[in-house]
Write a new protein. Structure first.
Lengths: 161, 818, 272
């Protein structure tokens, strides 16, 4: 089926098989490999993208459903080579280790901040519930989001005895 | 390589320098093997066994071969290679017999993933299903089914391992120190119990993936999401009888490893498919379900501990029996057994010790390296046991630990002497105990109990680990100066998210005295151009590669000074440098910029001297020795890292539901190189430890089918599963031979979280748990004295999940030995 | 996915119903996809046609009025429920249950109708709908009918729907407006998980209802119970409805115990 979809502001017209997921369409047909597959079953959130303004697990969306729709991925987060405030905060707070969850995590973080501009720690935790990270233990990711939303209080990283 | 640096003089070591590899990861431009597509690349899929044990009667691949787009189909009988890190016991594809649920029986490479999947569906396998042996204690019985009847004929590393042919014992590690029977006879109390852990999965966010191209004249290129490119090359060449020069292993960004990617996994199979397909590159990426059963997991463990204690609470003797359920193949499990064997008692002094640690084959997905290398598993037993012993003799658990922990002058299980710079476990213990207010409840906590109806409990647990590695483990670093005076650093250590790229850049920048912006540590690994590193495991990266980097810096400076002394017409001894220039100390205007000598210096008249400045450093573990196979004595440990966790939990005394309110974690790290990176490792490891403690574990039915091969029922911690409060504490007793005094701490944060939680829950509601994970239902059953359920093999077949029950249960009265 | 299918996205309900009639069981309706696509991926379901139901505007409507109550269209997502202020003020139990369903990304796609059509015994929305006495509007190209939600589930993942029928709406009657209710779902972790058991206790007008998920082949609920029912009688009423099983998540003993315990506690909370 022929689909027209706008991704990160660029309009694409492509032929795609009906059974292809939006995730694989982005990665394979458009070469946007920033979004990752972690489970293919809508559990881990590594494939999170914005679809028509809402975050979704793109492994659970068919590419054909995105016909006439808009998608935003991690590749659209920075502009003109400049990292967004959220990306900068992730960097500052060491919220990235292996990086495989990062794209999905940033998409979910952006969505959270959009509908809850000053989230509490608990709200951040709920907002990121659908994005697994095996490396960081989430704490520094939460701090990055608190920082970019004005809720972060700096404290000593390590207690020395 | 410890220089007694005043911290105020350090420019980078000790600072939270930002990671050097985030730009790509933040923007989605880092390349993982998962993202790679090569010209002409084929996609592989695997046919997997639905049975735990079966004879392969017939495999019909005719329909698969006939499918358009299929370029290669392989079955076990097509391949005559065997693999094994320590015991060569595995075929690339099952041959004649399948030994575990999910084992690869056939494989296909095709022009698209869909065609490959269809082809796999078209392969018909006829099995004769056989009775599997699933429980490791059953596997030890005399009449047990043998997983490897030919164990006696397998090649294996004799110096380290002892398989027992005609049994399911892949390895038997022994340690004998002193006289345990005499010790028990002398003891005032003898306490014995058994503890259990199930298998769990690493769950790296990027599943295992490899691309292999078997080129002309057997020149092979492997791209793999791997922790150990040199091990992949080495084992690959050994398996296929190829010279090392034929094989190139490339590792770009890796989406997590945790030990699961430490060895060799998909690469040989993918290589065979490429060869069969005429040399086209072939890619195989495991699905998440395959990650759980085709790829290996962490061995399960039953740990039986018997401790003899004197009246004053000092441990006199301890007998430790470990039964490791390694699944169908030995892989790393035999070494996990060995490494756990020599560390088996935890950080305590045991004058008379006896360890028998067995690696047992069963018909289940097999165990490989996993963060902690056995230590997460056996510390559950040890730290729950120390608690039991303390209670039995009526002593406060903290005081009991103080009396028995290792301290300077103590002798370890293997006969090694602890010194003042080995590390201080007591300092860690006291720090976490203070942090959680161990031993009492505050007024606010008591009030909270009244308000919520939940009981608050506090527990601590200690830990120790040294790198489990060959005694001659070595690594190297190459530092090349670029023509602008910056340096490029090549090391074989892999960046798997732990931050080695950044920490090593800090060490290089520090030692060279260069601006860290001018130090580029390469992320991508290439065995053709990187210097050798054994493996990125064992928490040895910082200490060993750090030292190698320091040596390489010194070499580079020496070479640079040699050229500069000619140019400046000064003695080498009179020279000094900064990030931009080499200069004469007493005549600083007489100087030469690094960039002018970086790739060879030209005199004003045009004559050239010097050449490209390249510093090389090699570092080998010093003074280690093999362990005596009978006594387990020797010096296996490069460095010991000690630590402790303290946990405050809150338990519903009716339902068994609980929440973790606080975790305080302390480690003696020697020297903090990067506080933010360190906290990332501590919190990340601690949360992974909480996962293994609370909700992770493989569940099988009585035919050996894995019942939870996906995230639906194999849960891991999410952002909502954090303790309310986390405290990360460091002690810094310098490791004299560590870079700037640092020692490793990558695995340690995961160890002993589970028993700290078990101890806390017991303190709250007197639920005495001996098996993991600790689910709400387990707490409920323990509180109400209900029969504990065999969580991990449901509907048990003949034989029990636990060994002789009499060895398991000891009330304080029964514990006193006549 | 391996399995190939054709895809169509009708823009009128009549076209959708005609499609259902002609394609019969070869067609599967695609709303949020969070169940269907998982099932296709796992090879459990192999439709010849996937019919996207989301391109019909009325599918997304949430309508509320003072005579008919609340009506939820067939493509209304869980997050749509959570963001609706009328539901927040008047039918809050729906939000209480919706809140615990999967993760935020899944809630952006999963639909209320999809949740009940999937008819998992673990359905998060079912206890709320049972307590609120919802009606399920069913349409085919030939007829419309309405059934009470308590008749909708007929077995594990089975409903009363015929192959040519679809659910086009869920109605909560005006009598259920203002229902006070609580829901607790037992999970293995704090993060998103299927329910091990789920209990909803609601005070609807002058009576109580208790709904339970994950403890029987279908979600179940008591009938109207007197407001002043004793704790033990309420627990007995619930206990009589459930037939929990042991599975990889839990044993039946713990399930039964926790259903009773949650009932006891939620009853106290609702009545306080």
């Amino acid at each position: 089926m022929r689909i027209n979809v706008t991704v990160n502001g660029i309009a694409y017209e492509k032929d795609v098989l009906e059974n292809k997921t939006l995730l694989r369409f982005l990665r394979e047909d458009l070469g946007l490999t920033g979004t990752k597959e972690g489970c293919g079953a809508g559990e881990c959130g590594a494939c999170t993208v914005f679809f028509d303004g809402k975050t979704v697990n793109s492994c659970m969306v068919l590419a054909v459903e995105a016909n006439e729709g808009t998608v935003e991925t991690i590749e659209g987060e920075s502009t003109g080579g400049m990292l967004s405030a959220l990306q900068e905060a992730f960097d500052r707070h060491h919220a990235v280790q292996c990086g495989f969850c990062t794209a999905g995590m940033i998409m979910s973080a952006r969505e959270l901040i959009h509908h809850t501009p000053h989230p509490t720690v608990e709200q951040i935790q709920e907002g990121l519930e659908g994005n697994f990270c095996r490396c960081t233990g989430y704490e520094q990711i939460i701090e990055a989001i608190l920082d970019v939303t004005g809720g972060y209080t700096a404290k000593e990283e390590l207690i020395h005895v | 390589m410890y220089e007694n640096n005043d911290p105020s003089t350090l420019a980078y070591v000790g600072k939270s320098v930002l990671r050097k590899d985030t730009n790509e990861k933040l923007t989605g431009t880092a390349t993982y093997v998962s993202d790679m597509v090569l010209p002409g690349m084929l996609y592989a899929q695997v046919k997997k066994s639905p049975h735990a044990r079966a004879r392969i009667v017939k495999v019909d691949t005719s329909k698969a071969k006939a499918l358009a787009g299929v370029r290669a189909v392989l079955v076990g009988d097509d391949l005559d290679y065997r693999i094994g890190l320590y015991i060569v016991d595995k075929n690339i594809l099952a041959k004649g017999e399948v030994r575990h649920y999910g084992e690869a029986v056939a494989a296909v490479a095709a022009t698209s993933l869909e065609i490959a999947r269809k082809a796999v569906d078209l392969i018909d396998v006829e099995y004769e299903v056989m009775q599997p042996v699933l429980n490791h204690m059953d596997a030890l019985k005399a009449d047990a089914v043998l997983v490897h009847p030919d164990l006696g004929s397998y090649e294996f590393i004799e110096a380290a391992f002892t398989p027992v042919p005609k049994t399911n014992i892949a390895n038997w590690t022994k340690l004998r120190k002193g006289d345990v029977e005499a010790g028990f006879a002398e003891a005032a109390y003898v306490v014995e119990r058994e503890y259990d852990n199930p298998s769990v999965q690493h769950v790296p966010m990027e599943t295992h993936v490899a691309i292999v191209k078997w080129g002309a004249r057997d020149k092979i290129t492997i791209w793999s999401s791997a922790q150990s490119p040199f091990t992949v090359r080495n084992l690959f060449c050994h398996t296929f009888a190829l010279p090392l020069g034929n094989v190139r292993v490339i590792v770009p960004a890796v989406g997590g490893g945790f030990g699961g990617k430490a060895g060799i996994h998909l690469e040989p199979l993918v290589a065979c498919l490429s060869q069969k397909a005429g040399g086209l590159p072939v890619k195989l990426q495991a699905s998440r379900e395959e990650e759980f059963s085709l790829l290996p997991c962490r061995s399960a463990l039953t740990y039986r501990i018997k401790t003899g204690v004197a009246q004053d609470g000092k441990i006199i003797a301890q007998k430790m029996e470990m039964f490791w359920d390694a699944g169908a193949y030995a892989d790393y499990a035999v070494n996990v057994t060995r490494a756990s064997g020599y560390s088996a008692s935890g950080p305590y002094e045991i004058p008379n010790a006896w360890v028998d640690a067995y690696t047992v084959y069963t018909n289940k997905p097999y165990g490989t390296a996993y963060r902690g290398f056995g230590h997460v598993e056996f510390h559950w037993g040890i730290e729950r046991h120390m608690e039991l012993v303390a209670r039995t003799i009526g002593m406060d658990p903290l005081e009991f630990r103080r009396r028995n922990t290792l301290h300077p002058g103590s002798i370890t299980l293997t006969g090694e002497k602890i010194t003042s710079h080995t590390g201080d476990v007591v300092a860690c213990m006291e720090a976490v105990a203070r942090s959680i207010g161990y031993g009492k409840l505050t007024a606010a906590e008591k009030n909270r109990e009244l308000v919520t109806g939940r009981k608050i409990g506090k527990g601590i647990a200690l830990l120790q680990k040294a790198p489990a590695m060959p005694s001659n483990t070595a690594t190297a670093a190459v530092i090349k100066m670029n023509s602008d005076g910056s340096v490029t650093v090549n090391i074989g250590l892999t960046e798997i998210g732990q931050g080695s790229t950044t920490a090593l850049a800090q060490i290089v920048a520090e030692r060279l005295g260069f601006d860290i912006g001018n130090v580029h540590v390469m992320v991508d690994k290439d065995t053709d151009s990187d210097p050798y590193d054994w493996q990125t495991v064992a928490s040895k990266g910082l200490i060993m590669s750090g030292n190698a980097c320091i040596l390489a810096c010194e070499d580079l400076l020496r070479k640079g000074y040699a050229v500069a002394s000619h140019v400046l017409k000064a003695c080498v001894e009179d020279l000094a440098h900064d990030g931009d220039n080499v200069y004469v100390r007493h005549d600083t205007e007489n100087c030469i910029p690094w960039k002018h000598i970086a790739i060879g210096y030209a005199y004003p008249d045009g004559k050239g001297i010097g050449g490209p400045l390249i510093g090389v450093g090699s570092y080998i573990a010093q003074g280690l020795s093999n362990l005596d196979k009978q006594t387990g004595q020797g010096k296996p440990a490069l460095d010991w890292t000690f630590g402790a966790h303290g946990i405050i939990c809150e338990v519903d005394p009716v339902t068994g539901e609980y929440a973790v309110r606080k975790v305080a974690s302390a480690f003696d790290v020697g020297k903090v190189v990067n506080p933010s990176l360190l906290r990332g490792q501590i919190v990340g490891g601690m949360i992974q430890g909480l996962g293994t403690a609370t909700c992770e574990g493989y569940i099988y039915d009585d035919a050996g089918h894995l019942l939870n091969p996906s995230f639906t029922d194999n849960k891991i911690p999410t952002a909502r599963d954090l303790p309310m409060e986390i405290e990360t504490i460091v002690v810094e007793n310098s490791q004299i031979d560590g870079p700037y005094g640092a020692r490793g701490v990558a695995e340690h944060p995961m160890i002993s979280v589970a028993p700290a939680l078990g101890n806390a829950i017991q303190s709250a509601v007197d639920a005495d748990l001996a098996h993991m994970p600790i689910r709400f239902e387990d707490v409920w059953r323990a509180m109400h004295d209900k029969h504990p359920i065999d969580n991990w093999i449901t509907k048990t077949p003949a034989g029990s999940c636990r060994s002789d029950p009499a060895a398991r249960i000891h009330t304080p009265d029964a514990a006193i030995s006549p | 996915m391996i399995h190939q299918f054709s895809y169509t996205a009708p823009t009128e309900l009549t076209d959708l119903l005609t499609l259902l009639e002609t394609a019969g069981s070869g067609a599967k309706l695609l709303a949020g996809g969070t169940d269907l696509l998982v099932n296709i991926r796992n090879g459990l379901v192999k439709p010849s046609t996937v019919v996207d139901v989301k391109r019909i505007p009325e599918a997304h409507a949430i309508m509320s009025d003072n005579t008919k109550g609340l009506r939820i269209g067939w493509a209304v997502t869980i997050n749509d429920i959570l963001k609706n202020s009328e539901i927040a003020s008047s039918y809050q139990l729906l939000q209480t249950c919706a809140h615990d369903l999967a993760s935020y990304q899944v809630r952006n796609r999963a639909t209320v109708v999809g949740n009940i059509v999937n008819a998992s015994p673990c359905s998060d929305m079912a206890p709320a709908l049972l307590c609120l006495d919802a009606s399920i509007e069913i349409a085919s190209s030939k007829a419309y009918r309405t059934v009470p939600v308590r008749q909708f589930f007929t077995g594990v993942k089975r409903t009363i729907l015929e192959p040519d029928e679809m659910v086009i709406g869920i109605t909560i009657p005006i009598q259920s407006k203002g229902t006070k209710g609580k829901y607790r779902k037992l999970k293995r972790i704090q993060g998103h998980d299927l329910g091990i058991i789920g209990v909803a206790v609601a005070q609807v007008g002058d009576h109580l209802r208790i709904g339970v998920s994950s403890a029987a082949p279908t979600p179940v609920a008591t009938g109207a119970l007197p407001l002043d029912i004793s704790e033990s009688e309420a627990i007995a009423a619930v206990d009589a409805l459930i037939s929990p099983i042991s599975d990889v998540r839990c044993t039946k003993e713990y399930r039964r115990f926790m259903v009773s315990e949650f009932t006891r506690r939620l009853l106290a909370e609702v009545r306080s």
